[in-house]
Design a protein around this ligand. Structure first.
Ligand SMILES: [Zn+2]
Length: 217
């Protein structure tokens, strides 16, 4: 765990912008999260206002991400199954619960005349990958039979999961079943700096059992 953490810290110098850049929904999400954090950090809004603002940002943003994932498979948000709605709620809940700890952290580390200290920016990286991660879960549920190949992102040192999954081909539903999805917190890197993606492919399915032992969560 500690060596994993150190590796993450080593990667901080690398760009956070994923290959292909941010999509518009993702960019809006990050902008709104940063704006709320900045306002709290500068004491422009109270912790209570921060809570309300962040709650709505996370709720709306990740629902939009879910819609983008469904759209990849030709479906619209209002075509969600009850199962999909439940999973979206499962994804939202822990993130909404992390708003108050984030607020406490910002209030504790403010007051040095800097809007977003390095420590706060560092925390925000944890939130940055959520949009993409949720969008992938939605797509995996909406078109589970599609074959997907794991394509490694340009991080210098991949974690055990990302390195081991590279180039493997399984159905979306199989990746999902193991939570083996890019940016997922169950990966050995906690999805923290993960820039991997699952790409459509016509390559043959990887033979043998799924290497579930490559997951940490
Ligand atoms: Zn990765």
């Amino acid at each position: 765990m500690s060596s994993c953490f150190r590796r993450k810290m080593d990667e901080i110098a690398e760009s956070t912008i994923p290959p292909g850049g941010w999509g518009p929904g993702e960019a809006d999400y990050l902008r709104a999260v940063r704006a709320a954090c900045r306002a709290l950090s500068l004491d422009i809004i109270s912790a209570g206002e921060f809570h309300i603002q962040m709650w709505s940002t996370v709720d709306r943003g990740l629902t939009r991400a879910w819609g983008e994932g469904m759209a990849e498979c030709g479906l619209a948000l209002d075509e969600m199954t009850p199962e999909e709605r439940e999973r979206l709620n499962q994804e939202l809940t822990p993130r909404l619960q992390r708003i108050d700890p984030l607020s406490d952290f910002i209030v504790r580390s403010r007051g040095r005349g800097v809007a977003l200290s390095a420590a706060i920016s560092e925390r925000l990286r944890l939130w940055a990958n959520d949009y993409r991660g949720v969008r992938t879960i939605a797509a995996a549920m909406a078109c589970g039979n599609r074959k997907k190949q794991w394509v490694r992102g340009p991080t210098k040192e991949p974690c055990r999961s990302c390195a081991g999954f590279a180039n493997r081909v399984y159905r979306y539903s199989v990746w999902l079943q193991h939570n083996a999805l890019p940016q997922n917190r169950a990966l050995c890197c906690n999805g923290y700096r993960c820039m991997c993606r699952l790409a459509d492919t016509n390559l043959p399915m990887t033979k043998g059992a799924f290497p579930a032992g490559l997951m940490c969560g």
